[in-house]
Design a binder for this molecule. Structure first.
Ligand code: ATP
Ligand code: MG
Length: 199
């Protein structure tokens, strides 16, 4: 072995020891609150990736889509007939399409009923509240209502919240927060959203 090999081996041994120590120190087992926020692409994609991951082990999953009622969604197409997946879609599109605050609020309240049902079900391993941050921002949904339901959920249940500008209280409550940072986006170069890639 060269000196370089020996040095590499030694540093890998040290790294392994540190990782093993941290793995051993992580003792707690419970459901998590994850927040995927920020302006970059990938929040909803990451949520669906986790849905697929949980379904892969046969866990029951609930997804509430808070603003994409009229949108196509490839993951929903692929997964909707999985008996372990419960999907609720808010029955309206973007607010600037419908331009009706009352009907949007009602649609949001209906979607939230589904969310509450899922958040109260100990059999549901994972709940995704996709784009819910906008409901809070537009005032269609009250932050206290949401934090109460999150606090009271079953201890083994994991929840993923997605959307830009996540409410400070959600960030504080969360176990894991990832901010997708927009370095570049094709849309800003005039390229259309692409089927099967962007939705
Ligand atoms: P995705 O659904 O691709 O994971 P996202 O959930 O992070 O994206 P949203 O803010 O929900 O992003 O945006 C919805 C749509 O806008 C998606 O088609 C997404 O690809 C696109 N998009 C995401 N980020 C940007 C951006 N920075 N500029 C323009 N379009 C974006
Ligand atoms: Mg999204």
């Amino acid at each position: 072995m060269t000196d370089r090999d020996t040095r590499h081996q030694r540093s890998m041994q040290k790294l392994k020891q540190r990782v093993d120590e941290r793995v051993a120190a992580a003792q707690e087992q419970r459901g998590l609150l994850l927040v995927f926020t920020g302006n970059g692409k990938g929040k909803t994609t990451a949520a669906w990736g986790t849905v697929t991951r949980a379904l892969g082990y046969g866990y029951k999953v609930g997804v509430v889509q808070f603003i994409k009622g009229l949108w196509e969604c490839g993951e929903r197409e692929r997964l909707h007939d999985d008996p372990n997946l419960d999907i609720a879609v808010m029955a309206t599109g973007f607010t600037w399409e419908t331009q009706n605050r009352d009907s949007d609020t009602r649609a949001c309240e209906q979607a939230w009923q589904h969310a509450e049902r899922m958040l109260a079900d100990p059999g549901t391993y994972l709940v995704v509240l996709d784009e819910i941050t906008y409901m809070l921002k537009f005032g269609y949904l009250d932050i206290d209502t949401v934090t109460r339901a999150l606090t009271q959920r079953p201890a083994e249940q994991t929840v993923i919240v997605t959307g830009r500008n996540a409410h400070r209280e959600l960030i504080e409550m969360a176990d894991t927060v990832t901010e997708m940072h927009d370095v570049k986006h094709a849309f800003n170069a005039g390229i259309q959203a692409r089927r099967g890639i962007d939705y």
